[in-house]
Ligand binder design. Structure first.
Ligand code: NAD
Ligand code: LMR
Length: 328
C-alpha cells in the first residue's frame, strides 16, 4: 500500500470544508489507490462543530482514510503535511468586493505561513482558497520564506470551470469539449477568462460562437460576477463548487496535463508576460505531475492585454494595502 498523503484543511467545519473533506477522503483528489490522513483545523469556537464533521467522516468508513487529526493548533495541524489547503477565513457578504476582506482575513495568513514553514513536510504544497485568495497567498508565502515560491498556489479553477460551463451552454457542446480556457489575473471581478484562446472541440471558441458582443457583454461579466450572483441567490458564497475546484486544482497539479492544453491556477509570477515578479497571478499552467510551468507564447491581442494589465494593477494595489503584513 502507498504511504498516506497528509492533507491539512483549515476552516474544515465551514461551508467549503464540509464538502471538501469528504471528497478528499473518498479518493477524488489523489486517486482511488492513494490513502490519506486528514488534518482538520478550526478556530476554538468551531471545534464542537468540527467534532461533528469528524464523526461523519468516521461514519463514511472510507477505505482510503487512514487517520484524522482534529485541532485548533497550527503546529499539530500542519505537522508533516504534504498539502495545506487554506480555506479557513471569513467569506464576503452581499455588497462587498473580495478585497474588502483583506483587513479581516489578511493577518490569518501570517501565522499560517509561519507554521507551515516550521512544521510541514519539506515538500509541502499550499493552495489558498480563503479570500482574497491571491493576496492572502502572497502574505502566507512571504511569511514562510524557506518554502519555495513554486509551492504556493491560489485558486482560480472555479473561475475556469464557470467559464467552461458558460461556453458549453452557449455552444451546445459538452463541457469536455471546452479546452485551453485560461483565467488570467486576480480571483476578483477584474479576472480575465481568456475566450480568445479557448477552444471548443479543438476549434477556436470565437469561430464556433460567432458573436463578439456575447463574449464581451455577456460571457465576461457573467464569469467575473458569478461569485456575487451566487451570494445573492444563496445568501452564502459558493461552497460545493468551490470544494470541487479545490479537488480539480490539486488533481491538475499532481497529474500530467494532456498535450496541447492548459489549466488555470494562480502562482508566483516569474515575470512571464511582463507581470510583476512575486505577485500571485493566475496564468495558463501545465504540469508533468510533479513540476508545473507557465505556458509561454500564448497570443494576447490588445484587448486581452488591457484586461490582464488591469487585473495586475489591482493585485499591485492589494499588495500595497498589506505591505505591513509582508516582511521586508
Ligand atoms: P465559512 O464561513 O462557511 O467557513 C469558514 C470557516 O473557517 C469557519 O468554520 C471558521 O470557523 C473557519 N476559520 C475562520 N478563521 C480561521 C482560522 N484563522 N483558522 C482556521 N479556521 C478558521 O466560509 P466558506 O464558505 O467555507 O468560505 C471560506 C473562504 O473561502 C472565504 O474566504 C470565501 O470567500 C472563500 N472562497 C474562495 C473561493 C475561490 O474560488 N478562491 C471560492 C469560494 C469561497
Ligand atoms: C466565489 O468566487 O464564489 C468566491 O470567491 C466567493 C465570493 O466571495 O465570490
Amino acid at each position: 500500500m502507498k504511504t498516506p498523503i497528509r492533507v491539512a484543511v483549515t476552516g474544515a467545519a465551514g461551508q467549503i470544508g464540509y464538502s471538501l473533506v469528504f471528497r478528499i477522503a473518498s479518493g477524488s483528489m489523489f486517486g482511488p489507490d492513494q490513502p490519506v490522513i486528514l488534518h482538520v483545523i478550526e478556530i476554538e469556537p468551531a471545534m464542537a462543530s468540527l467534532g461533528g464533521v469528524v464523526m461523519e467522516l468516521q461514519d463514511c468508513a472510507f477505505p482510503l482514510l487512514k487517520g484524522v487529526t482534529q485541532t485548533s493548533s497550527l503546529e499539530a495541524g500542519f505537522k508533516d503535511v504534504d498539502w495545506a489547503l487554506l480555506v479557513g477565513s471569513v467569506p464576503r457578504k452581499a455588497g462587498m468586493e473580495r478585497k474588502d476582506l483583506l483587513g479581516i482575513n489578511g493577518k490569518i495568513f501570517i501565522g499560517q505561513g509561519q507554521a507551515i514553514a516550521k512544521h510541514a513536510a519539506p515538500g509541502v504544497r499550499v493552495l489558498v482558497v480563503g479570500n482574497p485568495c491571491n493576496t492572502n497567498c502572497l502574505i502566507a508565502m512571504n511569511n514562510a520564506r524557506p518554502v519555495l515560491p513554486e509551492r504556493w498556489f491560489a485558486m482560480t479553477m472555479l473561475d475556469q470551470n464557470r467559464a467552461v460551463a458558460q461556453l458549453a451552454a452557449k455552444s451546445g457542446a459538452d463541457t469536455t469539449a471546452i479546452t485551453n480556457l485560461a483565467v488570467w489575473g486576480n480571483h476578483s471581478s477584474t479576472m480575465y477568462p481568456d475566450f480568445r484562446n479557448a477552444r471548443i472541440g479543438g476549434k477556436p471558441a470565437t469561430e464556433v460562437i460567432r458573436d463578439e458582443a456575447w463574449f464581451t457583454e455577456t460571457f465576461l461579466p457573467t464569469v467575473q460576477q458569478r461569485g456575487t450572483a451566487i451570494i445573492k441567490a444563496r445568501g452564502l458564497s459558493s461552497a460545493a463548487s468551490a470544494a470541487n475546484a479545490v479537488v480539480d486544482t490539486v488533481r491538475n497539479l499532481t497529474t500530467p496535463t494532456r498535450p496541447g492544453i492548459w489549466f488555470s491556477v494562480s502562482v508566483c509570477s516569474d515575470g512571464s508576460y511582463g507581470i510583476e515578479k512575486g505577485l500571485i497571478f493566475s496564468f495558463p499552467v501545465r504540469s508533468d505531475g510533479q513540476k508545473w510551468q507557465i505556458v509561454q507564447g500564448v497570443a494576447l491581442d490588445e484587448f486581452s492585454r488591457s484586461k490582464i494589465v488591469a487585473s495586475e494593477s489591482e493585485l499591485k494595489e492589494e499588495k500595497a494595502l498589506v505591505s505591513e503584513l509582508i516582511p521586508k
